[in-house]
Design a protein around this ligand. Structure first.
Ligand SMILES: Cc1cc2nc3c(=O)[nH]c(=O)nc-3n(C[C@H](O)[C@H](O)[C@H](O)COP(=O)(O)O)c2cc1C
Length: 294
């Protein structure tokens, strides 16, 4: 991955990423209030700057949910699980390889985390939504698609019953133990976070990342100055939304958590080629090369 460098509007993430990773959760019951003016302006400014530097066709767009409702562009049924958001962040891309899915997840998640910093709640929507209408509004070319959107807004005082059910069905946002996600030096060798106090906070933030249906398909082999990232796919999951590689997007999201966490701690990190194949069910994705002396 030859990732883009984020513009200055994203700098708050460097200062307090761990805190934001802890605060963020998938909000499915919004109050219906519009985005606060200052927060909305900052978010739009960040997206505009980002769109200037992302390589074509990756770009983001922000929709006002009230405007969409007024023009009857999204039916309530389509977004039935998510109640009364203020806006939708849509990502547009024309994915040709895993790298494109990774970059999509990385850019969208960074923007979502900036929203978190601005006290705006969020929820990724990669499952059922009206992709066709979304494409029409954005005037997409034949190759372009909107793989996922993010609902944004202010949280309602109470969660809807549906919200509580969805949350319950995805394990209440619980995460796999770090020992299940990370290995020490070699695939399968147990990892003890207390032996890598330099990297444990980064891995903890990776573990806090959201993932489609909370499947947490990321695995990491922790080496001396390198993290090898693998994707262990959930069998049959790709059939849910065949045109979109949700679990590759999950890997991009996890990569963004690692990257911002490294920057927060002053650790220099760069992305390298996929690591070697180590197991039949683990797809090599990326290596994170670290300079812990920095
Ligand atoms: C790529 C992606 C797609 C998602 N799609 C949906 C969705 O369609 N509907 C939904 O309610 N939640 C969706 N989610 C939210 C996850 O279910 C949620 O992140 C996960 O259960 C973990 O909970 P948390 O975000 O509160 O930590 C999605 C998350 C990701 C990363």
């Amino acid at each position: 991955m030859k990732p883009i460098t984020f513009p200055a509007e994203f700098d708050p993430l460097v200062e307090q990423f761990s805190n934001l990773a802890e605060r963020r959760y998938s909000c499915r019951s919004f109050s219906g209030a519009p985005l606060p003016a200052n927060a909305g302006t900052r978010l739009v400014a960040a997206i505009t700057s980002l769109n200037h530097i992302t390589p074509v066709p990756l770009r983001l767009a922000l929709f006002d949910a009230a405007e969409l409702r007024r023009r009857n562009l999204f039916t309530t049924g389509t977004y039935g699980m998510i109640r009364r958001p203020a806006a939708y962040l849509a990502g547009i891309t024309a994915p040709a390889s895993t790298r494109d899915w990774l970059e999509f997840g990385r850019v969208m998640q960074s923007t979502l985390m900036l929203a978190t910093y601005l006290d705006i709640q969020s929820c990724w929507i990669g499952g059922v939504f009206d992709r066709r209408t979304c494409g029409r509004i954005l005037d997409l070319s034949a190759e372009e698609k909107v793989p996922a959107v993010v609902a944004l807004g202010l949280a309602a005082g109470r969660r809807t019953l549906r919200d509580r059910l969805v949350r319950w069905s995805s394990g209440k946002g619980a995460r796999r133990p770090i020992e299940e996600l990370c290995f020490h030096h070699r695939w399968g060798d147990s990892f003890d976070p207390s032996r890598r106090t330099d990297l444990a906070p980064l891995l903890e933030n990776l573990r806090r990342a959201p993932s489609a249906s909370n499947r947490q398909p990321w695995r990491v082999v922790v080496r001396e100055n390198q993290l090898d990232l693998y994707l262990v796919r959930t069998p049959g999951y790709q059939r849910l939304v065949p045109a979109v590689d949700l679990q590759a997007i999950d890997m991009g999201i996890a990569a963004s958590h690692l990257e911002w966490s490294a920057r927060e701690r002053g650790i220099k990190m760069s992305w390298g080629d996929p690591p070697p194949q180590v197991s039949a069910d683990a797809e090599p994705i990326l290596t994170a090369i670290l300079n812990t002396e920095a």
